[in-house]
Design a protein around this ligand. Structure first.
Ligand code: LUZ
Ligand code: MOS
Length: 750
């Protein structure tokens, strides 16, 4: 089944926040933000800005009726700064005017005096100065310290991975309208409607039931709208509370880049110990996460880094520690993979370093340590239904690795100025929110009396096609055609208390709830149908909009059954709640079974480096991926392709740069490069691994949003291998992104 939004998408008819028709008296918002990364606010003079004709009001923390607090995990972040600022771009005030242009004109007239304080921009600096978000976390398995003594080889090193800008096509934004009796309706481009509702209620000092949050769809989220869509919606809501007029607030690209957090940069140090037969016996890492100026989701992201620190390998002795380091950057936040990619890059680098030192191929170490059935992860979960080896050997065989390698050797022998490189990248990614209480969802299904069906869930459509999957489930379970089913917007008055659409878990959690609700409806309808057809309940099924008795199609239609059910006063609405069974985690011991299951796969990446210019092309990425039993292979392969491009971008081109004063230098698309059509892999081949799927995955179709991003890590090592083929003196470093500048330096390193 194709994406249900494709028709309106290609015609430009799909609605986003920015397409909403505004009330005639609507106003427009704009943030005034800190020009300094750290300091005391001595004075702010709004008088010239307020005098601009068409400026209605400039809001500050003084206008907040409830609490000036938006921190989700830790209450450490004000909506608007009070007397201190902690990052460039930190919101201080909110200008509401009759137009965007007027607000912009007013913004430059605000005068601020700041007494500057010391600025920290790197995690290392923060650690040296003892500047942390919270206490460090540590996972332990076996005894790494003791095991190093009995290792044949021990290597140490330093790793850096840079942040990443989400660059959703649609910037952050919202439209907020006053309703009667102080009620407020927020339309927001958010992955977390409940987070917006809850935070708005707290800041406005009103109960949650007075706030309705509606989400039509997002033009991309990638984690950037899990927590960080909230402040903008809350600011507009504060203005609506005071002015009783609608406020629209879309960030322009420049403001969005400057004010929002990104993927966390990590600085890490590792120690890896191996035996002669290349088994990794011990592994220690200290991760320094650059969290930015407030917690946001950093503690949860740090935790996921620890969960994925050994990727798809079994290591019997592990000690991993992560520090969430407080710096004067915008609070960094969720980004597809949620700390997992940063963890995996470190162990892949450690293995690469060991292979370099031992003068062997990296894949020999990788292959010798792949997870097997019943291996234990450092956090106590026992690996089952493991596909690490199967995907690895399938990839080698089906994509003819030996031939690929030989072609590369031949090419490199024949060519002086172009060199090719290849690498293998296995993945194992845990599915579930690592915070167990978040793993739940609900669905509300109405069957209307004409037989058409409306489905509401907590799932947010952000281009990942989750609505298509929800529709597929409803139509399959009820046995009706997809035209009979409509997906409603995501709305807090229809489905309440939702977890954000995140953690690759949205289709699993919400899909299971849809399945349960539809099954309950079906039970009732089967009774009605069995009466009409005078046959036993057990023999009744619904298919193709008709009633079947046994295997025989009856002449009774779905619509007739619904009409009869109405006459019999049968409830045609159902609400279901799903909470993932089995999972648990004990933070006091750092042990448990946090994930419903893991997703596996292996990618083979080949690249060509232009050794005069340092530029490179990704020739091909060939992937064997564990979809389980995909319920929509077109959508799922689309997710693999998109995630791969994003992962390659993170590893190669995308370079976030702040100066020493904490100002974002890569603040436009002229200075921040994401992969375009020319730098995307020339060939992407995706072969589904043949497996039975997993019971806890919706229709046995495994989660697919985040895991394939980490295939992109393969591009880093493929480029390294090409550089090595050109320059025997090249000393590999593990400092991503591997930009053309760095490649060029490596090519001519003496
Ligand atoms: N968000 C979250 C996530 O709140 N918890 C998670 O475990 C998670 N994992 C991946 C992406 N977003
Ligand atoms: Mo996320 S990184 O919002 O799944």
């Amino acid at each position: 089944m194709k994406n249900i939004d494709s028709y309106t998408h290609v015609r430009g008819e799909s609605l986003f926040v920015d397409d909403m028709i505004l009330r005639q008296d609507a106003l427009f918002g704009l943030v005034f933000d800190s020009p300094k990364a750290h300091g005391k606010i001595l004075s702010v003079d709004y008088s010239n800005a307020e005098a601009v004709e068409g400026v209605i009001k400039i809001f500050t923390y003084r206008d907040i009726v409830g609490e000036n607090q938006i921190g989700g995990i830790i209450p450490d972040e004000p909506l608007w700064a009070e007397d201190e600022v902690h990052f460039c771009g930190q919101p201080i005030a909110f200008i509401v005017a009759e137009s965007d242009a007027i607000a912009k004109k007013a913004r430059v007239l605000i005068e601020i005096e700041i007494e500057e304080l010391q600025v920290i921009t790197t995690a290392k600096e923060a650690k040296e100065k003892g500047s942390f978000i919270n206490a460090p976390r540590s996972f332990n398995l076996g005894d790494s310290q003791k095991s190093f003594a009995s290792c044949d080889y021990v290597f140490e090193g330093e790793i850096f991975s840079n942040g990443q800008e989400h660059l959703y096509l649609e910037t952050q934004g919202c439209y907020v309208e006053p309703k009667e009796n102080g009620n407020i309706k927020i339309t927001s481009s958010t992955q977390g409607p409940t987070q917006v509702q809850k935070t708005a209620a707290k800041v406005l000092g009103i109960p949650m039931h007075k706030i309705e949050v509606d989400v039509i769809r997002l033009g991309g989220g990638f984690g950037g709208k899990e927590d960080q869509a909230t402040p903008w919606a809350v600011m507009a809501a504060v203005a609506v509370q005071h002015l009783n007029r609608p406020v629209k607030f879309m960030l322009n690209r420049h403001d969005d880049l400057r004010m929002t957090g990104k993927r966390h940069p990590y600085e890490s140090t590792f120690k890896i110990g191996l035996t002669k037969d290349l088994k990794i016996k011990a592994f220690e890492v200290e991760f320094l996460q650059n969290s930015g100026a407030a917690a946001d989701l950093s503690p949860a992201i740090a935790e996921r880094t620890l969960f994925h620190a050994t990727n798809s390998y079994f290591v019997p002795n592990v000690k991993t520690t992560v520090y969430s380091c407080k710096t004067n950057l915008p609070p960094n936040t969720a980004f597809r993979g949620f700390g997992g990619p940063q963890g995996m890059f470190v162990i892949e680098s450690a293995i690469a370093k060991a292979a370099d030192e031992l003068n062997i191929d990296k894949k020999e170490i990788q292959e010798a340590n792949l997870l097997e059935e019943n291996d234990e992860f450092s956090y106590g979960q026992i690996a089952t239904e493991v596909q690490a080896k199967k995907s690895w050997f399938d990839a080698k065989e089906k994509f003819e690795l030996e031939k690929l390698e030989k072609d590369i050797v031949d090419f490199n022998t024949d060519n002086q100025l172009f060199k090719k490189g290849i690498s293998l990248m296995p993945i194992a990614f845990g599915i579930s929110f690592t915070n167990t209480p978040m793993n739940h969802a609900r669905a509300l299904i109405h069957i209307y009396q004409d037989g058409s069906v409306g489905v509401s869930t907590g799932a947010v459509e952000m281009g990942q096609s989750v609505n298509t999957k929800m529709l597929q489930i409803a139509s399959e379970v009820l046995g009706i055609s997809s035209e009979k089913v409509k997906l409603e917007s995501t709305n807090t008055t229809r489905v309440a208390n939702t977890s954000p659409s995140a953690a690759s878990s949205t289709a699993d959690l919400n899909g299971k709830a849809v399945e349960m609700a539809c099954n309950s409806l079906l039970e009732r309808l089967i009774k009605v149908a069995s009466n009409i057809t005078a046959s036993k309940d057990k023999s009744i099924t619904f298919k193709d909009d008709c009633v079947f008795t046994g295997d025989k199609k009856s002449n009774i239609t779905w619509n007739e059954v619904i009409a009869e059910a109405m006459l019999q006063r049968i409830a045609l609405t159902e609400n279901a709640h799903y909470a993932t069974p089995i999972i648990h985690f004990d933070k006091s011991k750092e042990k448990g079974h946090p994930f419903a299951y893991h997703v596996y796969g292996t990618a083979i990446t080949t690249v060509t480096v232009d050794c005069l210019r340092g530029v490179y092309e990704v020739d091909a990425v060939k992937i064997v991926h564990d979809f389980g039993k995909s319920m929509n292979i077109g959508i799922d392969i689309g997710q693999v392709e998109g995630a791969l491009a994003q992962g390659i971008g993170w590893m190669t081109l995308e370079e976030i740069a702040y100066n020493k004063d904490g100002r974002l230098l890569s603040n436009a698309l002229s200075t921040y490069k994401i992969p375009d059509v020319f730098s995307a892999a020339k060939i992407v081949e995706v072969l589904p691994l043949e497996t039975d799927g997993h019971e806890l995955a919706i229709k046995k179709s495994k989660a697919v949003g985040e895991p394939p991003l980490m295939y992109g890590i393969g591009s880093y090592f493929a480029i390294q291998n090409a550089v090595k083929a050109f320059n025997k003196n090249y000393k590999p470093t593990y400092h991503s992104p591997f930009t053309p500048e760095k490649v060029l330096m490596g090519l001519y390193e003496k």
